[in-house]
Ligand binder design. Structure first.
Ligand code: SF4
Length: 944
C-alpha cells in the first residue's frame, strides 16, 4: 500500500493532484509511486509537455525479457502515432514493484535498434559465412515442418532438438515437445546453475533457494553475481530495504562486487574455499549450541545419518550433533582461514553474525562459488545445511525452497510424458546431472553418441556464451552433424551465423508468455504480451496474429509453435494436432488469446475472483494489470498437514516416522501430525545422501570440502599461475541480448582483466597494458586493470563483453568488433580483431555518435569444457598463466587449439561415474531427481 505524505494530501486538497487514486485490488506495491497516472486512466492518459501538444497515451503492461527476474514493465504508448515512447516499471507487479534495473527501460533501444532482424532470413552460401537472404514465413515453416516430418517418419525422433538460452515460458515449450513425442529439450543449466541446484536438491529436495531478503536480519551471499547481475532488481531492492531496517550483509567473494561494497562483512575468500568457511562457522555454532535444536530434532534426518554411519549408537539428537561435529573437525577456524586466505578471527565474526540473526538468515549461493569450482555443489550444500541448523529454512526472514515461491500454471491440454530418452541430451556418464548436458553437445556429437536432424536454438548463443565456442562452430558448420539449424532470436548473434534459418522473434513488448519467479516470499504470475496487440484487445479491435502488430515480420513463439505443429500433423494422424486445437472451438486451431484465457480462468488460484472484484474477466485483468499475486501461505509449508480421506489409514514407520498409504509415502509424522515435509526420501533435510552413495559417489555422501581444480593448492602466483574468475558481469549488461542496446553499450563496453596491485608488481604489469591469459587450450589477450577490487592471487574478467561479427557479416555494430579467423602453423586457430565499434549510418542518428571503440574480449572461447561429475556443471573458473603480452599479440586475440580442447573434455570425462544397465536397477537416472521435460517411468530404464 502506498502511503500518502502530508504534502501529497495537501496537494490533493488544493487540486494539484487527484484526491483519490483507484487501483485494482491490491494497491500498487511499494511506495513513492504517485507519479503514475491512476490505474483507471491507463488506457486514456493525457500527457502534458511544455514543448509539444498534449499527447494521448495508453499504459500497457508486459514483462521484461532481459533476465530471468521477469520484472514488470509498463509501456507508454502514443495512441496516435502508435509508437512506444518509454518503458518504465509496473507498480502492480509484485516482484519488481514499479522498479527496474537499467536493462528494463533499455528494452526500448532493443525494439528500436536499426540493426535488428525484421524478417525471416535463409542462409545462402556455406554455413557460418554469414550470408543470408529474406524468405517468407510460409517457406520457412514448410521447410521446417518437412524436415521434422522426415525425422518422425524415419523414427529419428531423437534428432529433433530444441535448445534454450533465455527461458521463462513456464512449461509452454515442454508442452510442445511432449506433444511431438520427443525427448528433445536441451537447456543451458549446466553453464548456469547446475551445481547450486545439486547442492540444494540433495539436501532439501528442492533445487533452488528463495531468500526472504526483505525480512532478514542477515543476508549471507556466496558471491554476488545473483545480486549484481541476474535476479538483480527484485533482490537488490529488498536487500537494500532490509539493510535500512537493520539487517547486516555478509558476502564471501574474492571480488569487491557491488554487493560486497555494501556488505558489513566482506570475506574475500580464495575461490573454492567457501565451503570450508561455512562448515567451520557451522562447527562453532554447534559447539556453542547456537543452533535450532527443535528444527534439527524435527526436520533433519539425524536418524538416517546415525543409522548409516554409526549403527552401533543409540540414536539421539545430541549424539548426531556430536558425530557431525566430529565429521567437521578438519575445519577448525584456523584451518579454514588459512585455506581460504582470510584474516584470523574472520570465521568467528561470521559465526557471530549468523548467531545474532537467529532464524532470519536469507542466504544464497548460485553462481561463482558453486558454478566455478569442481565440486562447487558441495559449497551450496554447506549453505543449505546452515539454513537447516539455524532453523532459518522456510521461515519469515529466512530462506525457503524456491518451489514455494514460484508458480507453474497449466495449459488447456497437457500431453503425456513420453517414453523416449535422448542420450545425446542425457548421456549415461552423468546420471545425477542438473540437467541436460548442454555444454558437452559438440563433444557428444563428436564422440558419435548421436546427431541432429533439426536443431532449434531459442534466444541461445552458445558460440559466444559457452566455453570452447570453436567446438560449437565446428559442429554447426558440419551439415552431416547438424541437419537444419533454425535460430529463433530477436537479434543477430554469433550462433545465428551458423543457422540455415534465422527467424525474428519478439522482444518483451512483442510476444506472449507467462513467467513466475522466486523473487520474495510470495507467488506471482506475470503476463508478457505484445503491446499493440494487447491494446487492440482492450480497445475491442481485431487482435489476431502478432505479426500484424510487431515491427516488420517479427513474430512470437506461441503462434509459431501452434502453426508449426499443425503443419507437422495436418490431418491429426500423428496425435500432435489435437494439443493445438481450441478448447472452445473443437477441431479448430487454438489462438493465443484462447490459450491464455483458458489458463487464467482455470489454473491460476485467486485470479478469477480478483478479476471479478475489479469487474474484469481474468484475461482482461492480466492484459490491463500485467501480473497477479496468488493467495496462500509462504512460510513453513513443510509443516502443512497431509489431507487424508476417511478411508485412508496411514502406516507410520516407527523408526523414520514416514507415513505411507498403500505402500506410497505421503508424509512424515512430526509433532503429533502427519506433515508434508520436504520432497527427499526421508521427507526431512538430508545430511547424509543415500542417493549419492547408491549412484557411485560414496565419498561425497557427506557434506565436505571438495578440492576444486582451482583451489589454493593448485595455484602458484609467484610463477604466474592464477585462478581466473569469469563468473560475473556488470549489472547493466546481460550475456548476449543487451548488446543491441545503445544506452547500455555506452555505459560499459570493455571487460579488462582485474589484477591486484601486488600481483601486477610481481609480474611488472602496468594498468592498461596488454596481458596474455593462457588457459589449458589456448589464450586470450586483454588489457590489465590494476585494482584492489580483487584479492591477490586471483584475477577476474567480466563475461559481459567481447561480441564479434565477421567482416561484412550481420551483427550489432553498437557492440561488436569485426574479426577474422586464421589457422596457425601449430594447428591452432586464432580469432583476431580487425576493427572495434565505430560510428555507422542508420536511421538512428545516435549510431553516428558512438565514441567508444573497445568492445571487449571474448574470453570464453579460450576455456575448455570442465565437467563436474556429480552435478554435470561446467566448472567455469580457469587455472591460467598470466604473462605480459608478446610482441605479436593484439588486443582481442583469442587462440584455441582444437586437439587440446578435445583432450580437456576427455580428461574431465574420466571423473564421471556412468549409469549402466547392470547397476541401480538398470536406471539411467534416479527417478527422484527432477528433469525439465518429464518422462514416463519406463523411459528411465536402459533398453540395451
Ligand atoms: S532485473 Fe533488470 S533485466 Fe532483469 S527482469 Fe528486472 S528489469 Fe529486466
Amino acid at each position: 500500500m502506498s502511503k500518502i505524505s502530508w504534502i501529497e494530501k495537501l496537494a490533493g486538497l488544493v487540486g494539484l493532484v487527484p484526491r483519490e487514486r483507484k487501483w485494482p485490488d491490491p494497491d500498487p506495491y511499494g511506495e513513492g509511486l504517485l507519479s503514475y497516472p491512476p490505474f483507471e486512466k491507463w488506457l486514456e492518459v493525457e500527457e502534458l509537455d511544455s514543448k509539444r501538444k498534449p499527447r494521448r497515451l495508453a499504459m500497457v503492461p508486459t514483462t521484461c525479457f532481459n533476465c530471468e527476474a521477469a520484472c514488470g514493465l509498463l509501456a507508454a504508448v502514443d495512441k496516435d502515432s502508435r509508437e512506444i515512447l518509454r518503458l518504465e516499471g509496473n507498480p502492480l507487479h509484485p516482484g519488481s514493484r514499479g522498479k527496474n534495473c537499467a536493462k528494463g527501460p533499455a528494452t526500448l533501444n532493443q525494439v528500436q535498434d536499426p540493426e535488428r532482424i525484421l524478417q525471416p532470413m535463409r542462409r545462402v552460401g556455406p554455413r557460418g559465412e554469414g550470408k543470408f537472404e529474406p524468405v517468407s514465413w510460409e517457406t520457412a515453416l514448410n521447410q521446417i515442418a518437412n524436415s521434422i516430418q522426415d525425422c518422425f517418419k524415419e523414427d529419428r525422433h531423437d534428432e529433433v532438438m530444441y535448445h534454450v538460452g533465455r527461458p521463462g515460458h513456464e512449461g509452454s515449450v515442454e508442452r510442445v515437445l511432449q506433444a511431438w513425442g520427443i525427448d528433445g529439450h536441451n537447456s543451458h543449466t549446466t553453464v548456469c546453475s547446475a551445481s547450486a541446484r545439486a547442492g540444494y536438491q540433495f539436501t532439501w529436495g528442492y533445487d533452488r533457494p528463495a531468500p526472504d531478503h526483505a525480512n532478514a536480519q542477515l543476508i549471507l551471499l556466496l558471491s554476488a553475481h545473483l545480486e549484481s547481475g541476474h535476479y538483480f532488481n527484485p533482490h537488490a531492492q529488498r536487500i537494500i530495504e532490509a539493510k535500512h531496517s537493520g539487517a547486516r550483509i555478509v558476502v564471501l567473494d574474492p571480488r569487491l562486487s557491488n554487493t560486497a561494497s555494501r556488505a558489513d562483512l566482506w570475506l574475500p575468500t580464495k575461490p573454492g574455499t567457501e565451503g570450508a568457511v561455512i562448515l567451520a562457522a557451522l562447527k562453532i555454532l554447534i559447539e556453542e549450541d547456537r543452533i535450532d535444536r527443535k528444527f534439527i530434532s524435527e526436520w533433519v534426518d539425524w536418524r538416517g545419518y546415525l543409522k548409516e554411519l554409526h549403527p552401533e549408537d543409540v540414536p539421539t539428537v545430541d549424539l548426531f550433533l556430536q558425530r557431525f561435529s566430529e565429521h567437521l573437525s578438519e575445519w577448525t577456524p584456523a584451518e579454514a582461514e588459512s585455506y581460504a586466505g582470510l584474516e584470523s578471527g574472520s570465521i568467528e565474526k561470521l559465526a557471530a553474525e549468523i548467531a545474532r540473526a537467529g532464524s532470519r538468515i536469507a542466504a544464497h549461493c548460485w553462481r561463482s562459488a558453486a558454478s566455478g569450482n569442481l565440486g562447487g555443489w558441495q559449497i551450496a550444500r554447506s549453505l543449505a545445511i546452515l539454513n537447516a541448523f539455524t532453523g532459518s529454512l522456510g521461515v519469515e526472514g529466512g530462506t525457503s525452497p524456491a518451489g514455494w515461491n514460484k508458480f507453474k500454471p497449466d495449459f488447456f491440454s497437457m500431453p503425456d510424458p513420453g517414453k523416449r530418452w535422448n542420450e545425446l541430451i542425457w548421456p549415461r556418464q552423468f546420471p545425477t546431472s542438473f540437467y541436460e548436458m548442454s555444454h558437452l553437445l559438440p563433444h557428444l556429437v563428436e564422440d558419435g553418441i548421436g546427431k541432429i536432424g533439426v536443431y532449434f536454438t531459442r534466444v541461445f548463443n552458445p558460440v559466444w556464451t559457452y566455453p570452447d565456442g570453436m567446438s560449437w562452430m565446428r559442429m554447426l558448420e558440419d551439415e552431416e552433424k547438424v541437419g537444419l539449424h533454425v535460430a529463433l532470436t530477436p537479434t543477430w548473434n554469433e550462433t545465428a551465423y551458423y543457422a540455415d534459418l534465422v527467424l525474428p522473434m519478439g522482444h518483451s513488448t512483442e510476444r506472449h508468455d507467462v513467467q513466475s519467479l522466486e523473487t520474495h516470499s510470495a507467488r506471482w504470475l506475470s503476463f508478457r504480451q505484445p503491446i499493440f496487440r494487447a491494446l487492440a484487445r482492450l480497445e475491442g479491435k481485431p487482435s489476431d496474429d502478432t505479426r500484424g502488430f510487431n515491427p516488420g515480420e517479427v513474430w512470437e513463439e506461441d503462434e509459431f509453435w501452434i502453426e508449426l505443429s499443425w503443419r507437422i500433423d495436418p490431418d491429426g494422424s500423428l496425435g500432435i494436432r489435437k494439443h493445438f486445437e481450441s478448447p472452445y472451438r473443437p477441431g479448430e486451431k487454438v489462438t493465443v488469446e484462447e490459450q491464455y484465457q483458458h489458463m487464467f480462468e482455470n489454473s491460476v488460484p485467486g485470479l478469477p475472483e480478483k478479476a471479478a472484484e475489479n469487474q474484469m474477466t481474468p484475461m482482461e485483468y492480466m492484459t490491463r494489470v500485467g501480473a497477479h499475486e496468488l493467495p496462500g501461505e509462504a512460510y513453513e509449508l513443510h509443516r502443512q498437514e497431509v489431507d487424508l480421506t476417511e478411508n485412508q489409514i496411514p502406516e507410520i514407520d516407527p523408526q523414520t516416522g514416514l507415513a505411507s498409504v498403500d505402500g506410497k509415502v505421503i508424509g512424515v509424522a512430526v509433532d503429533g501430525a502427519i506433515r508434508k515435509g520436504f520432497p527427499t526420501p526421508s521427507r526431512r533435510i538430508e545430511i547424509y545422501s543415500g542417493l549419492l552413495e547408491e549412484w557411485g559417489f560414496s565419498e561425497e555422501a557427506l557434506p565436505g570440502v571438495s578440492r576444486s581444480h582451482v583451489g589454493p593448492e593448485n595455484l602458484d602466483p609467484e610463477n604466474g599461475i592464477y585462478v581466473l574468475v569469469p563468473t560475473f558481469r556488470l549489472p547493466t549488461m546481460i550475456h548476449s541480448r543487451s548488446a543491441n542496446s545503445k544506452h547500455l553499450m555506452e555505459i560499459s563496453h570493455a571487460n579488462p582483466v582485474w589484477i591486484h596491485p601486488e600481483d601486477a608488481e610481481r609480474h611488472d604489469i602496468l594498468d592498461g597494458a596488454l596481458v596474455r591469459v593462457e588457459t589449458e587450450i589456448g589464450h586470450f589477450v586483454n588489457r590489465a586493470r590494476i585494482t584492489d577490487g580483487i584479492r591477490s592471487g586471483v584475477i577476474a574478467c567480466s563475461h559481459h563483453m567481447g561480441r564479434w561479427r565477421k567482416e561484412d557479416g550481420p551483427g550489432s555494430r553498437w557492440s561488436s568488433a569485426t574479426v577474422n579467423f586464421e589457422e596457425l602453423s601449430d594447428g591452432s586457430t586464432r580469432m583476431r580483431r580487425l576493427q572495434g565499434s565505430e560510428p555507422f549510418k542508420s536511421e538512428d542518428p545516435d549510431s553516428e555518435r558512438t565514441w567508444w571503440d573497445e568492445s571487449g574480449v571474448h574470453q570464453n572461447l579460450a576455456f575448455p569444457v570442465q565437467t563436474d561429475p556429480v552435478s554435470g556443471m561446467h566448472c567455469w573458473h580457469q587455472k591460467v598463466r598470466l604473462v605480459k603480452a608478446a610482441d605479436e599479440d593484439q588486443y582481442g586475440d583469442v587462440v584455441v587449439h582444437p586437439e587440446k580442447a578435445r583432450a580437456a573434455h576427455q580428461n574431465w570425462l574420466k571423473l564421471a561415474r556412468p549409469a549402466g544397465p547392470d547397476r541401480n536397477g538398470g536406471l539411467r537416472r534416479p527417478r527422484e531427481l527432477p528433469r525439465p521435460l518429464g518422462r514416463d517411468p519406463e523411459a528411465y530404464h536402459f533398453k540395451d
